[in-house]
Design a protein around this ligand. Sequence first.
Ligand SMILES: [Zn+2]
Length: 260
Amino acid sequence: MRIGAHVDPTDPLAEATARNAEAVQFFLADPQGWKTPKPREDADRLRAADVDLYVHAPYVINVATLNNRIRIPSRKLLLGHASAAAAVGARGLIVHGGHVNAGDDLAVGFDNWRKTFAYAADSGGFGLPVLIENTAGGENACARHLDALARLWDVLGDHEVGFCLDTCHAFAGGEELLGLVDRVKAITGRIDLIHANNSKGAFNSGQDRHDNLTGGTIDPELLVTVIRAAGAPVVVETPGGVEGQRADIAFLREQLGRTA
Ligand SMILES: [Zn+2]
């Protein structure tokens, strides 16, 4: 089980060393912006590293929405980030499940996801696994509650689609953590990556506010139980910079009974 952290993109490998991390996740462009990433000068070095790399797509991407002015550029941007992520040897591109606006039909949102994968296939494929991440908030989200996730996976059918489970988002989104991995795997058949985060917000608060693993409103022991059950690589997206994340990684290694 490789354990790492979400880090600043300037020099992800140095960030990995500073945290004693075996994996890093980073952005390839402004997470609040619509820019397609430029090729990275350190692409060869990143591809050759023995640190596992994951890329997080910008937050502005929402391929589910019925709003054309968001959905169409979202598709293109997702594909652009996928090829840029593949170019640095990333093992997966993480993207949030997205949502439809109040009053819009969620079924159309799921179908927009299907069209996104069809569009990518027509364009030569994503080039790496795309991992859809569960989200914490919203009443019309595609991947907050497991019943919605099941409908999303029904629609995506034969497409190759991965899943990233965020423990903070699940808890704040209102899904009980006990037994969650089994319930998720019954739907998706897989968990490709864990975002291991405690939550500042209460259960079912809908708040996307990450906390360090031994802080927050989730019992750390329960957090470890979920992570162990998932058996997937782990990325912490926790506060406190190098020190905070280094401590979270060390905590997990100790709890999971292994050293690195
Ligand atoms: Zn996350």
